[in-house]
Design a protein around this ligand. Structure first.
Ligand SMILES: Nc1ncnc2c1ncn2[C@@H]1O[C@H](COP(=O)(O)OP(=O)(O)OP(=O)(O)O)[C@@H](O)[C@H]1O
Ligand SMILES: O=C(O)c1ccc[n+]([C@@H]2O[C@H](COP(=O)([O-])O)[C@@H](O)[C@H]2O)c1
Length: 193
């Protein structure tokens, strides 16, 4: 599952759990992005913090792991490189790339988009308020999955922290504590959001 995870929240975890159950996946690998091409001008927490919050959030689930491939690769993060690295690490495994409906909707604008469908099967998880039209995507390599409605976004979590409101129960307890310990999201949000 690829995402910025700034911070990871229960919407991500429910979506991952639903995808694993519906598609009978052995493992869900969370892959925090380095610099997401469409978020390059936005202020994003340092990759190491986003990575560690994702490790904390997934620690209790033996089927969830976190990969550093995107944060350790210099430059902009492109999914074609993510899937290339994961394929090299796991040559015998079938890869599924889980991402949100909003992200999948734009996939034809991603780098090397035609190659992507050869590297993985894409699972688009629907989130409240986003309608996904995948008629333009190859049907045999794209699936949609409705997850229980969770109107949580990382943007809302950051805004709540910035304005002194709680994020308990929107993100895992350990992530609340990590945010407090490192004083993340206390400054006004920057960039084009
Ligand atoms: N509540 C949710 N339910 C289902 N999918 C979600 C939910 N929140 C995020 N996702 C999906 O998970 C993927 C990774 O999410 P991302 O890290 O961008 O979080 P986000 O909450 O969308 O962040 P932001 O608000 O900063 O844009 C995205 O493609 C997104 O659509
Ligand atoms: O490869 C691309 O060109 C590309 C462009 C935009 C987004 N992505 C990937 O889409 C996933 C969801 O991104 P995000 O930040 O919107 O959650 C994440 O893994 C990104 O690296 C990939």
């Amino acid at each position: 599952m690829g995402g910025t995870f700034d911070p990871v929240h229960h919407g991500h975890l429910v979506a991952a759990s639903e995808a694993a159950s519906e598609f009978d996946l052995d493992e869900v690998v969370f892959v925090p992005t380095g610099t997401q091409p469409f978020k390059a001008t936005r202020k994003v927490a340092p990759a190491e913090h986003r990575y560690l919050m994702t490790v904390i959030a997934t620690a209790s689930n033996p089927d969830f792991t976190v990969s550093r491939v995107d944060i350790d690769r210099p430059g902009i993060t492109f999914t074609v490189d993510t899937l290339g690295d994961l394929t090299r690490q796991r040559p015998d495994e079938d890869l599924f790339f889980i991402t949100g409906a909003d992200a999948l909707n734009q996939i034809l604008t991603w780098k090397s988009s035609s190659e992507l469908f050869e590297l993985a099967h894409f699972i688009g998880v629907t989130r409240p308020g986003h309608v996904l039209d995948v008629a333009h995507l190859p049907g045999e390599r794209v699936s949609l999955l409705e997850v229980p409605a969770m109107a949580i976004s990382s943007t809302a979590c950051r805004e709540r922290v910035e304005t002194g409101r709680p994020v308990w129960y929107l993100v895992p307890d350990g992530v609340v504590q990590y945010i407090n310990k490192h004083q993340l999201y206390r400054q006004p949000l920057g960039g084009a959001e």
